[in-house]
Design a protein around this ligand. Structure first.
Ligand code: UDP
Length: 315
């Protein structure tokens, strides 16, 4: 039986990865310090003999007993309000945390995949974003703590690959959604669903003409799995190229939930990217991967999840 260590294993993406690797017959070690993750996301796995949870901060020294075949580094705050709230932890987990895990991968002779992000492109001047684009990031802006940590993460991962010949994979993840997103993580999708289900105003930032491209979590997990098993070490975009404005997105959620909520407009956060869409030609060619779940299907599944939460359960 192969062993995989998943950092951020109690988070949104990490917990979905735990499910996937348990399903594939792996021994899964989920590591998390629960600063943004939640035990709720993995409670269904706690009795599984192939699953173990380790409460640890990967920014400090990390070690695990026994053999490890794969490491997936998914520990990090990932929403703008989280990394504004804990900027130094955000910088540390992307930099020191990545360094520690690369060291662990080297000592275990494991293959490591690190979770990078479309934020490495910043507020992009090239559209859609291809992997060759170097980005337009403000290092001292509010998003700098996340963006620069992730850029450093890519650089040190490449250095371990080139210098130590470590087997490394880098995924650049674009906006992803699905069950287990925290309702209060401040991102557009959970904010809009939560507001719609409570009948509160939907808070669109700026004039809502900025765009994003939203990928359903199952599609992303499939892309991660295929990339890990591939033999390609340079960064690969994984995301859904179906681009929409935030206004349209808010309207879709209003329609889907049938809420009477109205859209209100708040100030656009500093350095909020105006447009974002992945060019996924490389993933298609390399991994034969493309997203399968349309936004209509994905949003309907996500609505079911939010409606099942105690906050919204109809009595
Ligand atoms: N956004 C919004 N209302 C909210 C939260 C976010 O209009 O309550 C906007 C945000 O300004 C951004 C887009 O929605 O333009 C996506 O934001 P999110 O935080 O989900 O992700 P990111 O900016 O990291 O792509």
């Amino acid at each position: 039986m192969k062993t995989v260590l998943i950092t951020g294993g109690a988070g949104f993406l990490g917990s979905h990865l735990c499910d996937r690797f348990i399903g594939e017959g792996y021994h899964v070690m989920a590591m998390d310090n629960l600063v943004t993750g939640s035990m709720k996301n993995i409670e269904h796995l706690m009795d599984n003999e192939n699953f173990e949870f380790i409460n640890a901060d990967v920014s400090k020294y990390v070690d695990v007993p026994g053999t490890v075949d794969y490491i997936l580094h998914f520990a990090s705050p990932a929403s703008p309000i989280d990394y504004l709230r804990i900027p130094i932890q955000t910088l540390k987990v992307g930099s020191l945390g990545t360094h520690n895990l690369l060291g662990l991968a080297k000592s275990k002779n494991a293959r490591i995949l690190v979770a990078s992000t479309s934020e490495v492109y910043g507020d992009p001047l090239v559209h859609p974003q291809t992997e060759e684009y170097w980005g337009n990031v403000n290092p001292v802006g509010p998003r700098g703590v996340y963006d620069e940590a992730k850029r450093f993460q890519e650089a040190i991962t490449m250095a371990y690959h080139n210098y130590h010949k470590l087997e490394t994979r880098i995924i650049r993840i674009f906006n992803t959604y699905g069950s287990r997103m925290r309702l209060d993580d401040g991102r557009a999708l959970p904010a809009f669903f939560s507001q719609a289900l409570k009948g509160e105003d939907i808070t669109v930032f700026g004039d809502g003409t900025q765009t994003r491209s939203f990928c359903y979590v199952d599609d992303l997990v499939e892309g991660i799995y295929l990339l890990l098993m591939s033999d390609y070490h340079l960064p690969v975009n994984i995301g859904n190229p179906d681009e929409i404005t935030i206004n349209e997105f808010a309207e879709e959620i209003i329609k889907l939930t049938g809420t009477k909520s109205k859209i209100i407009y708040n100030e656009l956060p500093v350095n909020d990217p105006m447009q974002r869409r992945p060019d996924i030609s490389l993933a298609k060619k390399l991994l034969n991967w493309e997203p399968k779940v349309s936004r209509a299907e994905g949003l309907a599944l996500t609505l079911q999840h939010f409606q099942s939460l105690p906050e919204f359960k109809k009595t």
